[in-house]
Design a protein. Structure first.
Length: 116
């Protein structure tokens, strides 16, 4: 399973939305946030180009992906609830994609928080 598929699976589970709905991107308002966040993570956690992400997600154009990435970055800066969700998903994705690095960093921050 590649990184993008792992990200899709994690976002699907977090938002309780079936993978096929996320990938086909049915434009229901309740799915848009999850779809945008999934595209954002695919862009920042993989070496995929916008065009490659669009093809994986059954999109004709990469423009939707570009817009989604900008939108998520903006929401993270301005909306605390949105930011908390993205941070939680970042944590889950990092645990799955980079388990050794995650464990080492987790222990470091845990030790640092105890000593302060």
């Amino acid at each position: 399973m590649n990184e993008a598929q792992i990200i899709i699976q994690i976002v699907s589970k977090y938002y309780n939305i079936p993978i096929d709905v996320l990938k086909t991107g049915k434009r229901k308002i309740e799915n848009i946030k999850a779809i945008h966040i999934m595209w954002y993570f695919c862009k920042i956690h993989t070496k995929m180009r916008y065009k490659d992400i669009a093809e994986l997600m059954c999109r004709n154009s990469h423009c939707d992906i570009v817009h989604a990435v900008k939108s998520v970055k903006n929401q993270v800066q301005t909306n605390k609830t949105y930011r908390d969700e993205v941070y939680e998903l970042t944590d889950r994705i990092n645990k799955t994609l980079y388990p050794k690095t995650y464990a080492k960093n987790y222990m470091y921050y845990k030790i640092m928080s105890i000593s302060n």
